[in-house]
Design a protein around this ligand. Structure first.
Ligand code: PMP
Length: 301
């Protein structure tokens, strides 16, 4: 689906018109994948739009940049204010927020140090990314430790994600599930994964080459508060097929039930009861219809 254009994009401290937010073709990031980004959602509530877990997403942005020795020339507070202001200027309610930090135009070569660190933030309307979905186990593995760091949300990692997604689509599935190099379940192309067995939620640990998802953390927190047991441990592939329920989590995907994997029906082939309960709770929380006891919402006022 094409972009629904907003009015302004924030680029290096300035609000520029959507169609003028451009870069040079010799921008370092275009050639060598040297960009870090975030994906954040804002939801309309009774009173105003509210950004979900803004600080946690920004924390991950700074952490990802630290891994790649990229110093962001703005404080976290500057970026927070810019995001709030940008939503206001563009008069958006439900929207997706895409901060991007990238190595810009100066010189091409693998050594990136002479290229400036540029920052942009775009906000735009974006509906559902995934809903109830079928999935397959990908023939592509997730990036191995000591190759590309999976804890960094780096643009380069998404070439691996694209292979996983393209393969799934070519075979008629909604999403692909990648294994890590040791053969354990890792994650989807752009989502973390949970399985449910006997009212216990199980999700792969950081060591399984996953991105530490903000939604993953939200689900773990909510599930524990709801009295469920949550385990972070290595999941063998076959555990997917015999799980009572499986779901993906992500800012874009939110909570997306997986109804079949490799054509094997999961549970009764419908969103399971525990997935549905957690999804309802999540949907209420992001719209400020539940007490925000963790202070996860930033109201856009
Ligand atoms: N894994 C990958 C590879 C992703 O791209 C995403 C989306 N950012 C996630 C997991 C989920 O992360 P979050 O819940 O923070 O959006």
């Amino acid at each position: 689906m094409a972009f629904e254009k907003a009015d302004k994009i924030w680029m290096n401290g300035k609000y520029v018109n959507w169609d003028e937010a451009k870069v040079h073709v010799l921008t370092h990031a275009l050639h060598y994948g040297s960009a870090i980004f975030e994906g954040i959602r804002s939801y309309q509530t009774k009173t105003s739009p509210a950004i979900f877990r803004l600080e946690d997403h920004l924390k991950r942005l700074y952490d990802s940049c630290k891994i790649y020795r990229m110093t962001i020339p703005y404080s976290m507070d500057d970026l927070k204010k810019a995001i709030v202001e940008l939503i206001k200027i563009n008069k958006l309610e439900d929207c997706y927020i895409r901060p991007l930090v990238y190595r810009g135009y100066h010189h091409l070569g693998v050594d990136p140090t002479s290229c400036p660190i540029e920052v942009s933030i775009a906000v735009y309307k974006w509906g559902k990314y995934l809903e109830n979905t079928t999935a397959c186990v990908s023939t592509w593995f997730r990036i191995a430790p000591n190759t590309l760091p999976s804890m960094a949300k780096c643009a380069a990692n998404y070439m691996n994600s694209q292979l996983i997604k393209l393969e799934a689509r070519e075979h008629g599935y909604g999403e692909g599930i990648a294994l890590d190099v040791s053969g354990h379940v890792s994650e989807g192309s752009g989502e973390n994964i949970f399985i449910v067995r006997d009212s216990t939620l199980i999700t792969p640990p950081y060591g399984a080459s996953i991105l530490p998802g903000v939604t993953r953390n939200t689900v773990i927190t909510l599930a524990l508060e709801m009295g469920y047991k949550v385990i972070e441990e290595n999941i063998p592939r076959e555990a997917l097929y015999i799980a009572n329920e499986v779901f993906f989590t992500g800012t874009a995907a939110e909570i997306s039930p997986v109804t079949s994997i490799d054509k094997v029906k999961i549970g009764c082939g419908e969103p399971g009861p525990l997935t549905s309960k957690i999804r309802d709770k999540y949907n209420k929380l992001v719209r400020d219809e539940e007490e925000d006891k963790h202070k996860w919402l930033t109201l856009v006022k």
